[in-house]
Design a protein. Structure first.
Length: 181
């Protein structure tokens, strides 16, 4: 795999006080092996973990859809095609437009993997399993579910899930995002 042109720089360590806190927190989760860069492998291992957590086969249409959306997202994020995305590249890339036109589809496809009955909502166990597969701690995923389940019905809808992640990524504030990351 080609190496990055510059030495990788990890996300800022003091993310709680910087304006880049949401981006840094998400980037740290994307860097699944903790080597300071998010590689293609890091990105796709999360999809594989979600597949395993949901018990779906490799040829399940929802898995294929998640991989296809993941390929599109990775191609957009790794614009120079070197197989890695530094924090600087990610922070410069991600914004509301990129979420709406790229990330929403990849994250929505992962949501669909976890939605066992395909009713557009996840219960607590489905939500927690998905978020753990994507790299969040169980306690954080549980707290995020509580933050997102505003009506207390024990379910989180796809639209509200994606809107909450978008709000966090774009700096608009998201109780779910704060709990997850």
């Amino acid at each position: 795999m080609p190496q990055p042109r510059t030495a990788p720089q990890p996300a800022p360590a003091d993310t709680a006080t910087t304006a880049t806190a949401p981006k840094a927190r998400i980037y740290a989760m994307l860097d699944t092996d903790g080597d300071g860069v998010a590689s293609r492998h890091d990105y796709f291992v999360r999809i594989e973990r979600a597949r395993q957590a949901t018990g779906r086969s490799h040829d399940d249409p929802l898995v294929v859809a998640a991989l296809t959306a993941g390929e599109r997202a990775w191609a957009a994020m790794d614009a120079n095609g070197d197989g890695v995305m530094t924090y600087e590249e990610y922070a410069a890339w991600v914004d509301a437009d990129k979420f709406d036109n790229v990330c929403r589809y990849a994250l929505g496809a992962l949501f669909d993997l976890a939605d066992a009955d395909q009713d557009g909502a996840l219960d607590r166990s489905q939500f927690t399993a998905l978020r753990q597969a994507l790299g969040n701690r169980a306690g954080n995923a549980d707290a995020a579910f509580d933050a997102l389940d505003g009506d207390g019905d024990g379910r989180v809808g796809r639209v509200e899930y994606l809107a909450s992640i978008r709000a966090f990524v774009t700096g608009d504030g998201s109780p779910m995002g704060e709990a997850l990351y």
